[in-house]
Ligand binder design. Structure first.
Ligand code: PEP
Length: 254
């Protein structure tokens, strides 16, 4: 039985005070929910991680980073290492979010180095994959996602890959208000799980959590979560409001 995992990607939003208030509001709201049944994380901008970790201390909210560099230290101006993230209390890290792939130009090769570095550095990576609208329209979704998963996990042994969460996020559904239908999402999730069984084994596939992301809101979370291969959500916009994020978390433990 896979424990649901709901995470909020704040992207480049909020300020220090908003970040603290959001965590305070969310921690308060989560008191009415059985949070033993779900893993919860937020990914704030780097500069607010420290204060978010402190504010979230006695709550069930874990903190992660939206990105990092794969080297452990040295002359890499502007970059942040896994050691630094661990030092300020991060547990999770995103790798290959579609905005990093398509706005910042990250390649599958770089993303693979980051997934590997996260695991070696003791962080739990979430590898994000998903197709563009034109790729879906050209019926290339399966090829694109298979390639991203294979390349993202390349070289990782079975014992290491168990630290990874996958997030299927169709790019056309991110921040657009368009959501994949539960069946569209389920079809891709099931295909990813089958791929993991082929690359590793059935037990690894059965244990791997696959989040869905793309305009998840309180009004669609329950139906999406009703699908057997959807194990939680990676939430953007709706994670910026404590009430909405709490409602999405509540939808996975009903
Ligand atoms: C995301 O940032 O990963 C995301 C899914 O955003 P949104 O929920 O706003 O579509």
């Amino acid at each position: 039985m896979r424990k649901p995992f709901v995470a909020g990607n704040w992207k480049m939003n909020l300020n220090k005070l908003d970040s603290i208030e959001l965590i305070e509001g969310l921690s308060q709201g989560l008191k009415d929910i059985d949070t033993e049944k779900v893993d919860i994380a937020v990914y704030p901008p780097f500069v607010y991680i420290d204060s978010v970790v402190n504010t979230a201390k006695s709550s069930p909210i874990a903190v992660g980073a939206q990105d990092f560099y794969f080297e452990s230290n040295g002359a890499f101006t502007g970059e942040i290492s896994t050691d630094m993230l661990k030092d300020v209390g991060c547990i999770h890290a995103l790798c290959g979010h579609s905005e990093r792939r398509h706005v910042l130009g990250e390649s599958d090769e770089l993303i693979n180095k980051k997934v590997t570095a996260a695991i070696l550095g003791g962080l739990l990576p979430t590898l994000c994959v998903g197709e563009l609208l034109e790729e879906r329209q050209a019926e290339k979704t399966e090829d694109i996602v298979i390639n991203q998963v294979k390349k993202g996990l390349e070289g990782l042994a079975k014992e290491k890959v168990s630290a990874v969460t996958l997030a299927y996020e169709p790019v056309w559904a991110i921040g657009t208000g368009l959501t994949a239908t539960p069946q569209q999402a389920q079809d891709v999730h099931a295909m990813i799980r089958k791929l993991i069984a082929e690359l590793y084994d059935q037990q690894t596939a059965d244990q791997m959590r696959i989040q869905y992301g793309g305009s998840v809101k309180p009004n669609n979370a329950e139906e999406l979560f009703g699908k057997p291969d959807i194990d939680g959500f990676l939430v953007g916009g709706a994670s910026l409001k404590a009430e909405d994020f709490k409602a999405i978390i509540a939808a996975v433990i009903k």
